[in-house]
Write a protein of this length. Structure first.
Length: 204
């Protein structure tokens, strides 16, 4: 994916959530959408509030782990849901919009990590490259590749935190009944609200 395509997605996500918050209208996929963005792909949209001191605080993050929908359409849906349906936060209000930065993470399809011994999992994943999905029975949790980088976790901490996200005990990844999937992501983000859009590197 090119930087221009990533910039298109971030602008699309911003227009989608802003229009919905202000007018309660869901925008359509633009006619000038690049063909690559009409292909099916997983995607997450993250909204963060920028504080007066410049700190970013999570305001909403929702997406589609699997490539069930065309990328542009999935970005619109994820942006609106991040602003209005993240159960951790109240819906975004119009007065907040000017202090929000938008981040879009385009995902590769998840792959099941196969091991003989669950203790092998930390050696099979790499912080700064992989996102994780933990699944056991009805419990499922996902963490994007940038999360362990932001929190300075190692691979084992990453696994534990993803188990917690799934509603499981931190060491649930050690249970052979637990499935662990990894995926990769390309991240595009605004450097400031409505500011320059860049690709975010995870591995320094």
């Amino acid at each position: 994916m090119t930087l221009e395509e990533g910039q298109f997605l971030v602008k699309l996500a911003r227009r989608a959530f802003e229009t919905y918050v202000k007018e309660n209208v869901k925008i359509e996929v633009p006619k000038d959408t690049p063909a690559k963005l009409l292909e099916k792909s997983g995607v997450f949209v993250t909204l963060s509030t920028v504080t007066p001191t410049g700190e970013k605080r999570l305001r909403g993050c929702i997406g589609f782990p699997l490539p069930h929908f065309p990328l542009a359409q999935a970005t619109i849906e994820a942006a609106i849901s991040s602003a209005t349906m993240d159960p951790r936060f109240p819906p975004v209000t119009e007065s907040e919009i000017d202090n929000i930065v938008v981040e879009v993470t385009v995902l590769t399809p998840p792959n099941l990590i196969e091991v003989e011994d669950p203790k092998e999992y930390p050696s099979k994943i790499k912080v700064g490259k992989h996102g994780l999905i933990i699944e056991r029975g009805p419990y499922k949790g996902l963490l994007l590749p940038q999360v362990p980088v932001d929190w300075n976790w190692d691979e084992e901490e990453f696994l534990c935190e993803c188990c917690i996200k799934a509603g499981l005990s931190p060491d649930a990844w050690c249970d052979k009944k637990t499935k662990v999937y990894c995926f990769e992501g390309i991240i595009y983000e605004e450097e400031s609200p409505r500011g320059k859009i860049v690709e975010r590197p995870l591995i320094k």
